[in-house]
Write a protein that binds this ligand. Structure first.
Ligand SMILES: [Ca+2]
Ligand SMILES: [Ca+2]
Ligand SMILES: [Ca+2]
Ligand SMILES: [Ca+2]
Length: 533
C-alpha cells in the first residue's frame, strides 16, 4: 500500500515538474512532498465541493505551469508575437520567420485550455515588402499590423486579407535580409484605450491617433529627427530619438517630449489629440548627452584619464505625485579601469509659466562600485512609487584578469525601494548573478533576470535563471526585503540569452506567463510556452 502511494506521488511529481516530457529528471523529496500535499488538497476540495455545492478554488503551486513546445526548423530569424486575434480570452502565438532561402513566413498557433499544439492553425507567406510588425488593439480587438516602408497594414492571418491603416515615410525604409523584428509603434498615446501609431521618419515622428470607428486621424508631425552619426568608413547610422511619455503640463493628460539640440520639445495633449507646436524648455539641471549611447558617443576617442560626463537618463513621474522627475546618469573616469557611475534623481516641482521645474539638488543618488550598466524602473511592491533595479559590475585590473582567467563575471543587482519619494543610499537587497564566456567556443551565457508578477497577487516576483535548466522564483513580499529569501525551483530548459525570454499574460488571468526561445546545438529550435496555472 505504502509503495503504491509512493509511486503515485512520484508520478505526479514528474508530471508537475516535467510536463514537456522530454527529459526525465530526478525527483526531489521536497517535490514529492509538495505533490502529496497538492493531492491531499485536491481530495479535500472535492469533498468540500460535494458538501457545500460552491467549489473552493485553491491557489496553484508557485511552480505549476502548463507547458507547450513548438518546434521550428530552418529559420535564420524569428520573431514571436502574441495577440488574441479570435477574441477568445487567450492569445494566439504568431511566429514571423525568415527562412534560409529568404522566404518570409507567418505561423499562427491557437491554444485550447492553456495549451498550444505543435501544429500551426495557418501558415502564410508574408508580403515581400514587410520590414517589421507589431500587434495592437484596433476597432476594439487585437490585430496584427505589418509595416512596409510607407504603410501600416492590418493583416488577418486566418483569411490572408490585409487592410491599409495609414501611410507614412519611415526611417525603416528597406527590408533586411535576415531580420523581421517587432517594434512597439502601436500603443495608446493619448490614454483613451485605443491604440495609436507613432512612426519615426527622417524629419521626426508622425503620430496617428485612432478614433472610435477605427480610422486614424491625419498625423501630427513632431520635430525630433533621428540622431545621425558617422561610423567607420563614413557610413552613416541613425538611431531614433527617445520618446518621453509623461504629463508635462499637469493637466492629467500624458504628453510626448523629445530631447533635441539641448532642449526638451514637448508636444502637449489637448482634447483632440496632440498639439502640432512644441513647447521648448531647458531644465536648470545640466547634462550634455542623452542615454548610455550619448555618453559613449561623447567619451569615444577621448582621453579618459580625468573625465566627467552627465547624460539625461529618464524623465517621468517616479513618486506618483503627477509631476515628472529628471534622472541623470554621470560617468566619472579616472583611467580605463577606474570608472564610477552615479544616477541622480531630481524631484519635479510645480510648473512655472507652464514649464516643469525640478529641484536643482538631487533628492536621491544611486552609486555603486564599478560600472552601473542598467537601470530598470518597476513598482515592485505596488505602492504607486517606482522602485529601481540597478545592474553593476566591478571593474579594476585585478577583477578583469580574474574574469579573463575564470571566464566568469559577477553582476550585482541592487534593489532600491522608494519610500516617501526617496531612494535609500544603499540597496534594500543585492543579488548576484554570474555571466560566463568562453574564448575557445565563443559561447556567452547571461542568466535571465525578471521582475514580474507570476503569482497574480499584485507584487512583483523575482525570477532568476540558474544554469541551463532551472528557473528560481522568489515570490514578492510586501516588506523591505521585497522578495522571499528562499526560491521555489522550476525545472525547465532555459535559453542562454535573456533576449529569448518574453513575458506576457497569455490567458488574461492576471498572472504573467513566459515564452522561451530554445536553441540547442544539433536539435531543432523550440518555442517553449509556460502558462502559469
Ligand atoms: Ca489612443
Ligand atoms: Ca499634459
Ligand atoms: Ca513626481
Ligand atoms: Ca496568465
Amino acid at each position: 500500500m505504502w509503495r503504491q502511494v509512493w509511486r503515485l506521488q512520484a508520478t505526479t511529481a514528474t508530471t508537475l515538474l516535467n510536463n514537456d516530457q522530454r527529459l526525465p529528471r530526478p525527483i526531489s523529496i521536497r517535490a514529492c512532498l509538495r505533490a502529496c500535499l497538492s493531492l491531499c488538497c485536491l481530495s479535500l476540495s472535492a469533498t468540500a465541493a460535494e458538501q457545500f455545492v460552491s467549489p473552493i478554488v485553491l491557489p496553484a503551486a508557485i511552480d505549476a505551469f502548463t507547458r507547450s513546445g513548438l518546434t521550428t526548423r530552418d529559420v535564420v530569424a524569428q520573431t514571436v508575437l502574441h495577440a488574441d486575434l479570435a477574441g477568445s480570452g487567450q492569445d494566439d502565438l504568431l511566429l514571423l520567420q525568415v527562412k534560409e532561402d529568404k522566404t518570409r513566413r507567418l505561423r499562427l498557433y491557437r491554444a485550447t485550455a492553456k495549451r498550444y499544439i505543435n501544429e500551426p492553425l495557418v501558415v502564410r507567406d508574408l508580403p515581400a515588402d514587410v520590414i517589421f510588425a507589431d500587434t495592437g488593439n484596433w476597432q476594439g480587438r487585437d490585430v496584427l499590423v505589418l509595416f512596409s516602408a510607407t504603410q501600416a497594414v492590418q493583416y488577418d492571418p486566418v483569411t490572408g486579407q490585409g487592410q491599409a491603416l495609414v501611410s507614412f515615410n519611415s526611417i525603416y525604409n528597406n527590408v533586411v535580409d535576415k531580420a523581421l523584428p517587432t517594434l512597439d509603434v502601436m500603443r495608446d498615446l493619448n490614454g483613451d484605450g485605443l491604440d495609436d501609431l507613432i512612426i519615426p521618419g527622417f524629419a521626426g515622428f508622425s503620430v496617428f491617433i485612432q478614433q472610435a470607428n477605427g480610422e486614424f486621424r491625419a498625423p501630427v508631425m513632431m520635430a525630433a529627427p533621428p540622431v545621425m552619426d558617422m561610423s567607420y568608413n563614413d557610413h552613416p547610422w541613425y538611431t531614433t530619438r527617445k520618446t518621453y511619455h509623461t504629463d508635462i503640463d499637469a493637466d492629467g493628460r500624458e504628453d510626448l517630449a523629445f530631447w533635441v539640440d539641448g532642449e526638451f520639445r514637448a508636444y502637449m495633449q489637448h482634447n483632440d489629440g496632440f498639439s502640432s507646436q512644441f513647447v521648448g524648455f531647458t531644465p536648470l539641471v545640466e547634462f550634455e548627452a542623452e542615454g548610455y549611447e550619448g555618453i559613449s558617443m561623447r567619451m569615444g576617442g577621448e582621453d579618459q584619464s580625468n573625465v566627467l560626463k552627465k547624460a539625461l537618463f529618464a524623465f517621468n513621474d517616479l513618486d506618483g505625485d503627477a509631476r515628472p522627475e529628471l534622472v541623470t546618469l554621470a560617468v566619472k573616469s579616472e583611467g580605463v579601469f577606474n570608472k564610477q557611475t552615479t544616477y541622480e534623481f531630481y524631484r519635479g516641482q510645480p510648473l512655472k509659466q507652464g514649464v516643469p521645474q525640478f529641484l536643482t539638488v538631487p533628492e536621491s543618488r544611486i552609486e555603486s562600485k564599478g560600472i552601473q550598466f542598467d537601470l530598470l524602473q518597476r513598482d515592485l511592491n505596488n505602492d504607486g512609487q517606482l522602485d529601481i533595479i540597478v545592474s553593476s559590475v566591478e571593474l579594476g585590473l585585478g577583477k578583469l584578469v580574474r574574469a579573463l582567467l575564470t571566464g566568469a563575471i559577477r553582476i550585482d543587482l541592487g534593489f532600491y525601494q522608494m519610500q516617501d519619494g526617496v531612494y535609500p543610499g544603499k540597496p534594500n537587497i543585492v543579488r548576484t548573478i554570474e555571466a560566463t564566456f568562453s574564448f575557445s567556443s565563443g559561447d556567452v551565457f547571461v542568466p535571465t533576470v525578471l521582475m514580474v508578477d507570476v503569482t497574480g497577487d499584485g507584487l512583483a516576483d523575482l525570477l532568476l535563471q540558474e544554469g541551463d535548466d532551472e528557473l528560481h522564483i522568489y515570490p514578492g513580499e510586501a516588506t523591505d526585503k521585497l522578495f522571499a529569501d528562499k526560491p521555489v525551483k522550476v525545472i525547465v530548459a532555459m535559453p542562454r540569452d535573456p533576449d529569448l525570454v518574453q513575458v506576457a499574460d497569455l490567458n488574461h488571468d492576471g498572472k504573467q506567463d513566459l515564452i522561451l526561445g530554445l536553441e540547442v546545438k544539433g536539435m531543432p529550435d523550440q518555442i517553449m510556452v509556460l502558462i502559469k496555472d
